[in-house]
Structure formats: structure tokens, C-alpha cells
Design a protein around this ligand. Structure first.
Ligand SMILES: [Zn+2]
Ligand SMILES: [Zn+2]
Length: 229
């Protein structure tokens, strides 16, 4: 079992609920940004605004990027699950766009990953479509992928060890769209060795769930990749 103790902390931006042990923190979380110091910014930092701050025009910091804005450029309040704030917080126009996408991931795609999908695992070619299938899920801590009821006791795949993901396709549908049939994940083992696993969507009645899982996994990798840069 994973330790999932949470604690409530107060920062200058608001209350946050975080994992009591940083090692158990979700890899999707972001650090709070450093705030641009008030004395180094005399004007609103939004493109095309340039409002000068004074006694009436007060400074407001975007909680996501830490830059300094006038009220009208930073008046949107949004929930920021990637920074664990309890309540919606102020974000600038740019960050509002990014946050909207990220929140969709948290509300929708993360749930798909945790629910899991049914796959046939292939460590090598060719993939046996009729091989035994198993359910592949993201752990509730978001830290690793595990295989439910896997008799071979396959190792967990830690998200922070994933190097790349590739969508497997086979032909096109009648509309000419590539048809996804699975996902190949390249990752590193504890030993540093590189490993590749192919998850082929199992031919079961709820194969749509596995397809959604593949697409959510692709989005997850993108978020993690953006974070490193
Ligand atoms: Zn911002
Ligand atoms: Zn402004």
C-alpha cells in the first residue's frame, strides 16, 4: 500500500493540501513560482497593457507564473490542482489558457488512467492479439502504472522514468483517420537499463475504455515532458 497522508499548508498564495511525504507526491504537481518582487516591476507585465502601478492601480501576482499584473489582467480565479490549492486562485490571461487544459486533464484524463484499460502485453514482436489480457492502471498517487492480477508479477512503470510513448496504429478508418491500436512505452528500470513495453488494446467489449486510456497516457506524458523543460 502507498502512504497517502496529506497535510494542509499555508503559503502566501493560499491554502494547499500536499502529500506529507514529498516522495509520495504526484509527478504532475508543479512548484509554486517565485513572485516577481514588487519593487522590480513598475508596470503591468501583460502584453499590450503596460498600466503603471500606483496607489490606485495595485499589483497582483499570478499564482501560476508569479508575474506582476494590474487587476484587469489578472482577475480570473481558477482552481490550480497542479499546485494543490484548496480554493481557486488568481491567474493571468496566459496562465488561464494553460490551466484550462491542465484542469481538463485532472478532471477527465487522470480519472481514465486510474480506472485503467484492458490490454494484451507484448514484450516482443509479433504481438499475439489473442494472448491473455490484463488491466493496466495508474496508481492513485499518479506515480506509477501497475498491472492488475498479473501472475507474472510485472514491475511497476514509474512515470518519472518514462522516456517516450508512441501510439501504435493499424491502417485507417473509413474517414481516413489513423486507427490507434495501442501504446508503446519506453522507460528506465531502477538499474538504469532501458525497457520497452507494448500495450495492445484487447479485443474485449469495453475496448473503448482502453483507447481512452492510451490517449490519456499520451496527454500525461506531454504534461510531464513540459514540466522538465
Ligand atoms: Zn501567469
Ligand atoms: Zn494589465
Amino acid at each position: 500500500m502507498e502512504a497517502t497522508d496529506k497535510m494542509l499548508v499555508r503559503s502566501k498564495s493560499g491554502l494547499r493540501i500536499i502529500a506529507a511525504n514529498a516522495d509520495n507526491a504526484s509527478p504532475f504537481l508543479l512548484q509554486e513560482p517565485e513572485w516577481v518582487p514588487d519593487n522590480t516591476c513598475s508596470h503591468c507585465m501583460a502584453p499590450n497593457c503596460n498600466t503603471k502601478f500606483d496607489f490606485m492601480k495595485r499589483r497582483h501576482h499570478c499564482r501560476r507564473c508569479g508575474q506582476c499584473f494590474c487587476n484587469s489582467c489578472c482577475e480570473t480565479k481558477m482552481s490550480l490542482p497542479r499546485m494543490c490549492f484548496v480554493d481557486p486562485v488568481r491567474v493571468c490571461g496566459n496562465c488561464a489558457e494553460v490551466t484550462k487544459r491542465e484542469n481538463e486533464f485532472f478532471d477527465k484524463h487522470l480519472k481514465v488512467l486510474i480506472t485503467g484499460g484492458q490490454f494484451v502485453v507484448a514484450d516482443s514482436e509479433p504481438i499475439d492479439d489473442n494472448g491473455p489480457s490484463l488491466v493496466c492502471k495508474l496508481s492513485s498517487s499518479h506515480r506509477y502504472i501497475f498491472f492488475e492480477e498479473d501472475m507474472s508479477k510485472r514491475e511497476n512503470i514509474y512515470l518519472d522514468k518514462i522516456e517516450s510513448v508512441q501510439i501504435l496504429t493499424s491502417g485507417t478508418d473509413p474517414q481516413g483517420n489513423m486507427m490507434g491500436t495501442g501504446i508503446a512505452i519506453k522507460y528506465r528500470l531502477d538499474t538504469g537499463e532501458e525497457e520497452m513495453i507494448k500495450l495492445q488494446v484487447a479485443q474485449v467489449p469495453n475496448r473503448k475504455q482502453a483507447m481512452l486510456w492510451v490517449s490519456a497516457m499520451q496527454k500525461a506524458t506531454k504534461l510531464l515532458y513540459e514540466k522538465q523543460n
